[in-house]
Design a protein around this ligand. Structure first.
Ligand SMILES: *Cc1c(COP(=O)(O)O)cnc(C)c1O
Length: 780
């Protein structure tokens, strides 16, 4: 970068009195300047992507977070820009107030963002397609212990990292409604390469802004009707992590970006090659979960209706183009649409789905597949369209996101499909980008690493393994402990500023950050804290080392139990901090508005990473990888990628507890949570806190409902479906051992932490993406 040119362009965009510029003005000026300086590089890369076989990543969510610092880092101009700011009497850190682009709920959306980062860095022609929601994931505050939601108007002050591309606008047709899809492109800068990827996000707009005649007749609302209905389509991100929100608007959203993205892909292909006959040679489309699966009938529709292809030829092309990633084993997240709804909104798509379904049945019959198996895998069952079955039928590759998850897909969730097409199944263990999740969020640890082994790890994380040789070098471990201490102090300062709560950086930082869900078992964590509290009070737990238990989690606004768990955690926090016997030993902090930027601060400061989902429920997890990479030990179950984490870093360097998948298969049929409750005094005491007046849910009855879910179950699940009472003893014992290990030998504990970091190389999304590129997309 030419610093002089940068200065000129940057200051030219600032007010005369530079010091008076607000952070938002600085951000816009910086973003616009960088976009201008690198626009040629971006154009060249776009052209290059179009000229060869490429892949498109279709995802309803991209949880990109804050772009500015990451872009500077990946472009290699962070220090230069930082200096430029100083020369102007400005502080780059002031841009920390810039809002995240929170266009996703959690892991699935963040994965999509990490994948684009890795593909750009690896020089691969991969581009993302999604929706430009006006409002991202809601902003959370905690009032009186309860979650409150507010809208997230993330573009209020502008969006300098996007470029509107009117020339690529197209029309999307629903029955009785036509809307415009306008693309906004974000550059994804690769690190140490000229490659730049593109994230194209579609925004819904009316074909006609406004009906002037109606306006003149003074019916203002009627005059804007078309605009409102059109904009509704990209107005909000569904704040739902893993349940199938059966809404017409959501179906419209899915079709909106699927149709727009495919139209865009076909248009560009045709413009270049003059034909779509070779489409499958040049494009591979990854379907991120079932949300974009409506792309399958849509591609067929375009090829048949617009290009005059036969249905058979179109289907056979679709089977080559698409690949499907499954992200969950939760039944409620495997999307099913009511046939009547699809027929009403998208009648032509509905016809094509019927045709695909008929073809499937005919093909199975011809291949001698048993009728009952065909009935299980067909796309339309009764009045429901099963999107996962459509995806399996019309994809060349199907993948899970961690070894155990892929195995569960093969063994149960997709067993019928596996028996038919075993060669389609692959495992692709998730990953995270080390640019954001180490280089950016932990400059101190990055410096220590680079001092020892150079900075090659930025683009090859496996190099961290070379650091294992320092595991017994006390001076290196001392430096590591100092770094961790610095990050804890920084987090403590931040928590003080943001939450108004004091935390002690000399205490153990035990952190659980992830969406609030019953299967993730934040309630188990809260129970364990109360257990420890009771133990300290009655003298059965002695010499407890001061520990800060930090939670960060958003609950879907309509998910009552999850919201009750948030309140419960805050109630436990109140109890331990108001009791003089424990207030210096236990601290509970529930941070508000957990998002990517908060995560960057939390992962760097963690001593202990809580990954405690019921075995078999967390497909992979990626939070676990972020904390490991920053030198935390995992306190977790044998679930998702935890298993691979322990394989890489050693069981002896982590704290594993609880029933495993194979144990649960044996236990669950006989499991009786009421008996456990009745026979174990401590379990009884802790669980009873929900109803015995220990804590208050403000009279809502929500704690009683949680209590009942553990002991009585509900129409839709057995009592204690997630096995909290079964795992709690093993959990508390392991947790106490972990905290006591930290206390009794800080150096030995630091050695474990260090070795976790050294062995995190496998969990770079660079490794994941290189594998997708080679084995699924066949791109270079
Ligand atoms: C990484 C990340 C997640 C996913 O966390 P898990 O522990 O894997 O569920 C969710 N939200 C944010 C903001 C993240 O950065």
């Amino acid at each position: 970068m030419d610093k002089k040119v940068f200065m000129e362009k940057f200051t030219g965009r600032l007010p005369k009195d530079i010091k008076s510029a607000t952070p938002q003005q600085l951000h816009n000026a910086l973003g616009e300047t960088v976009m201008e300086l690198y626009s040629d590089r971006w154009s060249v890369a776009r052209e290059e992507h179009l000229s060869k076989r490429r892949a498109a990543y279709l995802s309803m969510e991209f949880l990109v977070g804050r772009a500015v610092f990451n872009n500077l880092l990946c472009l290699g101009i962070y220090d230069e820009v930082n200096d430029a700011f100083k020369e102007l009497g400005l502080d780059l850190a002031d841009l920390e107030v810039i809002e995240d682009a929170a266009l996703g709920n959690g892991g699935l959306g963040r994965l999509a963002a990490c994948f684009l980062d890795s593909a750009a860095t690896l020089g691969l022609p991969l581009d993302g397609y999604g929706i430009r929601y006006k409002y991202g994931l809601f902003k959370q505050s905690i009032v009186d212990g309860f979650q409150r939601e507010d809208i997230d108007d993330w573009t209020k002050y502008g969006d300098p990292w996007s470029r509107r591309c009117d020339e690529d606008t197209l029309l999307i047709e629903y029955s009785g409604q036509t809307v415009k899809a306008v693309p906004y492109d974000m550059p994804i800068f690769g690190c140490r390469t000229e490659n730049v990827g593109t994230l194209r996000l579609w925004q819904a707009e009316p074909v006609k802004e406004f009906d002037f005649d109606t306006f003149n007749k003074q019916d203002y609302l009627e005059a804007s009707k078309e605009k409102i209905y059109a904009e509704d389509i990209s107005r909000v991100l569904y704040p739902n992590d893993d349940t199938n929100e059966g809404k017409k608007l959501r179906l419209k959203q899915q079709y909106f970006f699927s149709c727009a993205s495919l139209t865009d892909i076909l248009r560009k292909h045709k413009a270049r090659f003059g034909t779509l006959d070779n489409l499958a040679d040049y494009i591979s489309v990854q379907l991120n979960d079932t949300h974009p699966v409506i792309s399958i009938p849509e591609l067929i529709r375009q090829l048949v209706d617009n290009e005059g292809w036969t249905f058979e030829k179109a289907l056979s092309t679709a089977k080559k183009v698409f690949n499907y990633t499954n992200h969950t084993v939760m039944q409620e997240a495997l999307e099913k649409w009511w046939t009547g709804l699809v027929e009403e909104v998208l009648p032509r798509i509905y016809e094509i789905i019927i045709q695909i379904n008929e073809e499937l049945i005919a093909e199975m019959y011809a291949n001698g597949v048993q009728k009952d198996k065909t009935n299980r895998i067909k796309i339309i069952k009764g009045e429901l369209i099963h999107m996962a079955d459509m995806a399996c039928y019309a994809s060349s590759h199907i993948n899970g996101v961690a070894e155990i998850h892929t195995q569960i897909l093969r063994d149960s969730v997709l067993a019928d499909w596996y028996s038919l097409y075993p060669e389609r199944f692959r495992n692709e263990t998730n990953g995270i980008t080390q640019r954001r999740w180490l280089a950016l969020c932990n400059k101190e640890l990055s410096s220590l690493i680079t001092e020892k082994i150079g900075d090659g790890w930025l683009t090859d994380l496996s190099q961290l393994r070379e650091l294992s040789k320092y595991a017994d070098d006390s001076s290196v471990l001392d430096s590591f402990i100092k770094v961790k201490q610095t990050k804890k102090q920084q987090l403590a300062d931040y928590i003080k500023a943001r939450e108004g709560v004091e935390t002690d950086p000399n205490s153990v930082f035990d952190i659980q950050i992830k969406r609030l869900h019953e299967y993730k078992r934040q309630l188990l964590n809260a129970f364990s804290i109360l257990w420890i509290y009771y133990g300290i009070k009655d003298g059965s737990i002695t010499n407890f080392k001061p520990t800060t238990f930090i939670f960060g989690a958003k609950s879907a606004p309509g998910y009552k139990r999850a919201k009750a768990i948030i309140k419960y955690i805050n109630e436990i926090g109140r109890i331990v901090s108001t009791d003089p016997d424990t207030r210096d030993l236990i601290k509970v902090v529930f941070v508000q508005n957990y998002n990517v930027s908060y995560a960057e601060k939390l992962v760097a400061a963690a001593d202990v990473s809580e990954q405690i989902s019921t075995a078999g429920t967390e497909a992979s997890g990626t939070g676990n990888m972020k904390l490991m990479l920053n030198g935390a030990v995992t306190l977790g179950t044998y679930d998702g990628a935890n298993i691979e984490i322990v394989q890489e870093a050693g069981e002896e360097n982590n704290y594993i507890f609880g029933a495993r998948v194979e144990d649960l298969a044996r236990i669950v049929p006989e499991y009786d949570s009421r008996r456990v409750f009745a026979e174990d005094k401590m379990i009884k005491r802790v669980v009873s806190s929900l109803i015995d007046g220990t804590v208050s849910d403000g009279g809502s009855g929500d704690f009683r409902e949680l209590y009942m879910s553990l002991l009585d179950g509900a129409s839709w699940h057995a009592p204690d479906h997630y096995y909290l009472l079964g795992d709690i003893r093993s959990y508390v014992e392991t947790k106490l051992r972990c905290i006591s290990d930290y206390d009794s030998d800080r150096a030995a504990f630091a050695r474990k932490q260090w070795l976790n970091m050294c062995n995190a190389g496998k969990f770079s999304s660079d490794r994941t993406i290189a594998d997708y590129a080679e084995n699924i997309w066949n791109i270079k």
